[in-house]
Design a protein around this ligand. Sequence first.
Ligand code: SAM
Length: 277
Amino acid sequence: MYDLFSRYYQDIFPPGAAQLAFLREVARQVGACTFLDAGCATGAYTRAAASWGLAATGIDLEPAMIEEARSQGPPQVHYAVADLTALPFEDGSFDMVVCLGNTLAHVLEFASLQRALDGFGRVLSPRGALVLQLVNYHRVKADPEYVFPVLASTDGNVIFRRRYRRRGDGLYSFATSLQVGRQQVDGASPVRPWRQEEIIAALAPAGFSRWHSFGDFGRSSYSASASALGGTGRPPRTIAAGASRSPGQGSCLAGSGGARRDRRVTPAACRPGIAVG
Ligand SMILES: C[S@@+](CC[C@H](N)C(=O)[O-])C[C@H]1O[C@@H](n2cnc3c(N)ncnc32)[C@H](O)[C@@H]1O
């Protein structure tokens, strides 16, 4: 489905200011020098990390996304077509791994989710941090169908509609419709509505022993029952998780600090900053 959207992806999903501030703060806390954006689409967050001075790598399963990402440069950013459940990197290659924008919902089986999180843990350096962002499906699950607010580019030329429809097998069908001028392209793909406890259950065996949940990228408290669906007109809440074994150590971006041997993980956030039509 995403190959159809690569050309317009960034018009529909411009990087959010709150997301960028959150990621930059985590990078500062861990003293990150290297950054992996798993499921980077056209690489907006990968490029942002590079602009902060990090050696940034973006991977995506869709060649069209990576082609578009590469076309936007800059040349020092490394992009690759790769599967986040089979990361082609050496152990300890990255100080920060992010998997944003509900990308993990495209991983359909628990064993694959576990492989993804095992891989994130494996490629993280000892001081590394992981940030995950997922839709909060606690409330989505209550509804057989959920229609997202319409997204539009600032000039109104690109309009994106999305809905979830519950299937009989525990998955959702994620139906999309992209309209660009008079052109319209429809698509559908299955997604797995991972709940916070399932993510946390997979984080522990991957070596993450501590985590934090947030309700948004402004670090508000995560709450399953307060999650946004149900008439607020806002998009569903999401989960962001960050993990770190030794925040505060290192110095690419900011000062120094003492090493910590534990990992810290963090859930939860909505997607502020999107255009809601
Ligand atoms: C919803 S988009 C999110 C993109 C970006 N992270 C963001 O926050 O805007 C999900 C992306 O994950 C990619 N993707 C899905 N499954 C993947 C996998 N197994 N490995 C790598 N990328 C994957 C899709 O091609 C798509 O570009």
